[in-house]
Design a protein around this ligand. Structure first.
Ligand code: ZN
Length: 697
């Protein structure tokens, strides 16, 4: 019995809730209920429709259909639905010139738009429109696709559902499949749904509730049937290797992800995601891993997200030699690219778009788990989720029959479908730091948080590291709300601890895949005349400012050199690293050490395309933890004034007579961390509103 066998789906329909809704609201409700469980449909997969009467100006009743478009049914809102005249969709049949021309029908769909709704109709619109029932669900349930992807899927469908649920052979979604569905319904008026080979499920009903319940009941019937068939049987031919303990799995992923990332990041850097959930571990540790993985995925949705097939990394967890494994990655990845190019060459048509990125999306490591890479973190995560759907499908299909992936040519025709290409071409230009990973120390403080926000705004993923756990939690929440959960990870870090620094980088490697930008910013300050400076104050400055900057830089260099795709270090030093300040010898000296460390690292890093630059702020009081408490009072005392007079004092002291804010420092960091400064290293930018003492020379 598999540890990951699914339980039955619950019927979540609430009559009391639905009673007070309009028909369009009930469609949203039905869709969200269905999409709330990934066993019903994968993220972004499937769609729903209702054929209902609505009014549009000028007054008069008209039939229109409401149909879900390309979004995610679990989270779709009313404005996510396309609205079309059912009559006009019927009329389109007169324009159909046959299957060879079915793609041109997509261009006619906007002519059926109801009420000027700008939401584009999806490619699945004819599938819904030509089923002559008022309420129609199209889902991608793992349990149904397991049947649909079996070699004898027609016979299995008949065995499980009898005449209640029909079966149609594989056909790429589009106008032709819509006509097939219409014909099926005309010939089988009592059928309650149909399984589409290698794809998914269509179900329908005369009320929204009946439609929903039919979908849930059909999936539950399949789940129950699988339970009966697979109970007591080991999945995937049984275990071939034992999974490693969780900590070792993560440690190995942390080693491998930066190396893979370096090998597959071409013009655009990629982001990684690691998954070692039970379903993944069972599959990657099984006897049938290699033959099943080689077959690729089945449902077109799974396939589009995960490429033609995953790359199985050759690794024996019983004898875990990670160095040897790392050395085999390069030839394995090169071989995958060659295979992919051969697949493209075999399947391409005269008018096919040019070959796209030939690297694998999914990397399977026996005993360890699954790593996925994509151009952004959410896509990497979602691609992993899709492969888990594919694993569930393979588990079911291979237990009761022979699993079949999508036919290679059909797969190619979907991957390089001109309509898909048009969608890709319409994608907005990526932001300047998309795909980049930044590590910001002191990330919960004023300058750190502003810097994280600036880099996030440019599309980077950011690890905020800070010793203050409370502030870290607050910063993480604030940044995640502003920029999305996928982009931010907090890590508690004492920069003076060699072990903690190494652990924080490992965490970053597992969460995002590596590192591109280090912003070393964590700091303190202190003030005392030299004769009153205790050794502890001297050491503390040297520990956090000099040693801390050294440790986080050394670790960054180690990762940069593994990735071999360059790197970028920005030090937040201080005006006081260049200009002496009264009664702050320990602080000023440690800041000077940072500035010189940056120059040394710029020299060492250049041949590896690692740039190292420094930003020197001065008197950034707002939001700064340094400027609360003692230091503020000490500085005020040194200038013989009240603490709340300091900001104004510094403003007046500056040449430009302006205050310096965390956002000003963040802007300089962004400049140095981005390609805008691609030809600069070993440089210093003062952001201090002008101070002649700190002019560089
Ligand atoms: Zn579908």
């Amino acid at each position: 019995m598999s540890a990951t066998a699914p339980a039955r789906l619950a019927n979540l329909w609430d009559d009391a809730k639905a009673a007070g809704m309009t028909e369009p609201e009930r469609l949203v409700y039905r869709s969200n209920l269905l999409g709330s469980d990934k066993r019903v449909t994968n993220y972004g997969g499937g769609n729903t429709s209702s054929k209902i009467m609505q009014k549009e100006p000028p007054p008069g009743d008209d039939v229109r259909g409401l149909e879900g478009s390309g979004g995610d049914v679990g989270t779709i809102k009313l404005d996510g639905f396309a609205t079309l005249y059912q009559q006009k969709l019927e009329g389109l049949k007169q324009l159909y010139r046959g299957v060879a021309f079915e793609d041109e029908m997509v261009g006619y769909l906007p002519h059926a738009t109801f009420n000027l709704n700008p939401r584009a109709a999806s490619i699945d619109t004819p599938l819904h429109a030509y089923v002559p029932r008022k309420f129609v669900d199209h889902m991608h349930p793992d349990a149904i696709i397991a049947i649909a992807a079996s070699a004898d899927s027609k016979a299995l469908t008949q065995e499980i559902f009898g005449d209640e649920i029909g079966w149609l052979p594989w056909k790429k979604p589009g106008f032709e499949l819509g006509l097939w569905l219409g014909k099926f319904c005309a010939e089988n008026p009592d059928a309650k749904g149909v399984v589409l080979e290698s794809h998914g499920l269509f179900t329908w009903g005369d009320t929204p509730k009946a439609c929903y319940e039919q979908t849930i009941a059909t999936i539950n019937e399949a789940i129950a049937w699988f339970e009966g068939k697979t109970s007591g049987k080991p999945a995937f031919g049984g275990e071939a290797v034992a999974a490693l303990p969780a900590a070792e799995r993560r440690a190995i992923a942390a080693r491998l992800m930066p190396i893979i990332r370096g090998l597959i990041s071409g013009d655009r850097k990629k982001l990684g995601h690691f998954d070692d959930s039970p379903a993944v571990l069972e599959f990657v540790s099984s006897r049938d891993l290699r033959p099943l993985a080689a077959l690729g995925t089945s449902c077109p949705d799974h396939f589009l997200r995960t490429k033609i097939r995953p790359l199985v990394v050759e690794f024996n967890p019983a004898n875990p030699d990670v160095d040897a494994l790392a050395a085999t990655l390069e030839p394995a990845i090169a071989a995958y690219r060659e295979d992919y190019a051969a697949y493209y060459a075999r399947c391409r048509h005269d008018d096919s778009p040019a070959i796209r990125d030939a690297n694998a999306v999914v990397y399977l490591i026996p005993g360890v788990g699954m790593i996925t890479f994509a151009l952004d973190k959410a896509t990497a995560r979602i691609s992993g989720e899709f492969y888990v759907n594919a694993i569930n499908v393979m588990r079911g299909a291979s237990a009761v029959s022979t699993y079949r992936g999508l036919d290679e040519q059909e797969a190619f025709d979907i991957e390089y479908w001109l309509l898909e290409e048009a969608k890709l071409q319409r994608m907005p230009k990526p932001k300047s730091l998309a795909g980049h990973i930044a590590f910001v120390t002191g990330g919960a403080g004023g300058i750190g948080r502003a810097t994280a926000a600036r880099l996030l705004r440019e599309g980077a993923c950011v690890v905020i590291a800070d010793i203050d756990e409370t502030a870290l939690g607050a910063a993480r929440d604030e940044l995640a709300i502003a920029f999305g959960k996928d982009f931010v990870r907090p890590v508690k870090l004492d920069v003076t601890s060699e072990e903690q620094v190494a652990a924080a980088y490992r965490e970053m490697a597992v969460e995002f895949g590596g590192v591109d930008i280090l912003v070393s910013n964590a700091g303190i300050s202190s003030s005392a005349p030299i004769e009153d400076t205790p050794l502890s104050m001297w050491d503390r400055n040297m520990d956090i400012l000099a040693k801390g900057y050294f440790l986080v830089s050394r670790e960054a260099f180690r990762f940069f050199k593994q990735q071999k795709i360059g790197g970028n270090v920005v030090f937040i030093a201080s005006k006081n690293g260049l200009a002496a300040s009264p009664n702050a010898a320990a602080y000023c000296t440690a800041k000077a050490a940072e500035i010189h460390l940056a120059r040394c690292l710029a020299l060492e890093g250049a041949e590896h395309q690692i740039r190292v630059n420094t930003v020197n702020p001065d008197a950034v009081l707002r939001g700064s933890k340094i400027w609360t408490g003692e230091w503020r009072e000490q500085r005020a005392a040194a200038y013989n004034m009240q603490p709340d007079e300091l900001e104004e004092h510094y403003r007046k002291r500056s040449m430009l007579k302006r205050s310096v804010f965390p956002e000003d420092i963040a802007e300089a960091v962004y400049f140095l961390a981005s390609d805008m400064s691609a030809k600069s290293t070993g440089n210093i930018i003062n952001v201090d509103a002008g101070n002649a003492q700190s002019f560089t020379r």
